[in-house]
Design a protein around this ligand. Structure first.
Ligand code: MSP
Length: 513
């Protein structure tokens, strides 16, 4: 069995989880489930980033100790996982001892190797970005970009990691490993960024300015810079288990440069540890074409959608709508379009018809199919094409296209049912019509079973329910499940299943007075 270790970014707990956090978990979950289907031994890690100035400030604003604050808000992030049916194997908090010990061990190793030195820093600091700034970070008019918030001048003695000396190595590494950063256009951005000389990285914050962090093992007057702490989670969660390196780190585009594409590979290289095989960089969701912003109240709360439409509908929408790597816009209107046309009217309809007709014309038992005529052969051929396309699409993270192809097969199956019109065949006493009726019932059920096998990583709960009403338990080898065959012959089906109920229509406009 091949082992496959993948991670999400760990979320800051200085607010509540929204659709952006949900998307990253769902995307990673789909990849994890897909690899389990392929037979890999998957280890899926997610968690929360609990240290740093943002958290310290948020706790201060609430007037509670930071530990209490992270316990409370961290629980909201943790609760998101069952809500979204996420199949993570582990959940890491950066305040846990298992993590802190490893951070301190690695820092001590770098210090002993002479990779860390102390120096006085004179310059500018952005609390919002928790970052030291340079003159070159100013806008042409001399002001600071909005992303840095308030910028103050400081003089401070700190510890620095010798990042700069690894710049040439990093450029070579990224250039030679074309698959390290997905999608490819992000790799180009990183190489572009690396055309400017790097500065050494300040990895400490004086304790009197920031108390909420991991103390440096070689100087208790300082705590560890939050990124140096946070990135290590990927390693600390599996240190000594033999699972490192990770196969994929799934992250958003905002944390590629410099954290994941620069700091993290250089830290690992300096420590003599292998690098993760790939950074999968997804785009951002906006809401109604505006940036999601907590302060403006412009956020999607995942539980609103899972509550109204079910978890699978939200998972389906997120994966169907976003082309991994690009940005996407969320709107209720677009959600409803896909929900109604693809889930309720297409997939839901196929489920209803299969159950209903098997009940009416087959006494609730899926019959054996007779010889395939043209209409059946066409559907078989489309199935072969679909399954051959879908696996490589998923391997290349093109899940939106994989879903589109799968739904096209569902549409074709509904069209097949229209063509065969079992409701007409059922009224005929002719032996040929009865034979065709049996073939059509078997064909629609088998097509549904196959489509479900392709949908199951995205909609695990719906897939389990559909298999349940088909009286079917999938076998252990997923690829074997994708062969058109007779697995359902003789299965006893349920009478009905409402999978994707129509949402209540919007309230009519108030009458004009
Ligand atoms: N704590 C750091 C990550 C440390 S990883 C070692 C952080 N946290 S975050 O909570 O701000 O973001 C967590 C993840 O959510 C990031 O990958 C980020 O890109 C993603 N998203 C946050 N808002 C998003 C959208 N609106 N859309 C899609 N993903 C977004 O950064």
């Amino acid at each position: 069995m091949k082992s496959f270790y993948l991670t999400t970014a760990i979320d800051y707990v200085n607010g509540l989880p929204h659709l952006g956090h949900a998307y990253e978990k769902v995307l990673t979950d789909v990849i994890a489930r897909f690899h389990r289907q392929l037979g890999d031994r998957v280890h899926f890690l997610t968690g929360v980033d609990e240290h740093g100035q943002k958290v310290q400030q948020a706790a201060q604003a609430r007037g509670i100790p930071p530990q209490q604050y992270v316990d409370e808000t961290g629980a909201e992030f943790r609760a998101l996982l069952p809500l979204l049916n996420i199949s993570n194997d582990d959940f890491i908090r950066t305040t846990e001892a298992r993590h802190q010990q490893v951070v301190r061990r690695l820092l001590q190793q770098l210090f002993d190797q002479g990779e860390i030195y102390q120096a006085e820093y004179k310059g500018f600091y952005s609390t919002l970005a928790e970052q030291f700034l340079q003159e070159k970070d100013r806008l042409p008019d001399g002001s600071w970009p909005e992303i840095f918030g308030e910028v103050t001048g400081i003089t401070e003695t700190n510890y620095f990691f010798k990042l700069r000396k690894y710049q040439d190595w990093l450029v070579d590494y990224i250039t030679q490993h074309g698959d390290f950063i997905f999608p490819r256009f992000r790799q180009k951005q990183v190489l572009e960024f690396l055309k400017e000389p790097l500065n050494d990285l300040c990895i400490s914050r004086p304790r009197d300015r920031l108390a909420w962090g991991i103390p440096l093992p070689f100087d208790p007057n300082y705590v560890t810079y939050v990124w140096f702490d946070a990135l290590v989670n990927y390693y600390s969660a599996v240190a000594d288990t033999g699972q490192w390196p990770a196969d994929i780190h799934v992250i958003g585009k905002d944390i590629l440069i410099p954290a994941h594409a620069i700091y993290w590979p250089v830290m690992l290289h300096a420590l003599g540890l292998p690098l993760p095989k790939q950074l999968l960089v997804h785009g951002w969701w906006s809401l109604n074409d505006a940036k999601m912003s907590k302060s403006k109240g412009n956020v999607v709360v995942p539980s609103d959608y899972t509550g109204e439409f079910g978890v699978d509908a939200l998972r389906y929408f997120l994966i169907r709508e976003m082309n991994v790597g690009q940005d996407s816009d969320f709107s209720r209107a677009q959600f409803l379009v896909r929900y109604n046309s693809e889930l309720a009217n297409n997939l839901g309809n196929l489920v209803n018809r299969t159950l209903n007709m098997t009940t009416r014309f087959g006494a609730g038992v899926i019959p054996a199919a007779g010889p395939a005529a043209d209409a059946e052969q066409e559907l078989h051929a489309l199935w072969e094409k679909t399954r051959e396309e879908v696996i490589p699409l998923c391997e290349g993270f093109q899940f939106h296209t994989a879903l589109e192809r799968t739904m096209h097969f569902v549409t074709a199956t509904n069209a097949y049912i229209e063509k065969r019109a079992p409701w007409k065949l059922g009224k005929s006493a002719e032996a040929a019509d009865q034979a065709l009726l049996r073939t059509s019932l078997a064909t629609m059920a088998e097509a549904l079973r196959l489509a479900v096998a392709l949908l199951q990583a995205v909609m695990p709960a719906a897939a389990a329910r559909i298999n349940g009403v088909l009286g079917y338990t999938p076998g252990p080898v997923w690829r074997d499940e994708l062969a058109w065959g007779t697995r359902l012959t003789g299965a006893k089906v349920a009478e009905a299943l409402v999978l994707f109920p129509r949402p209540a229509p919007a309230a009519p406009p108030a009458p004009k007075s």
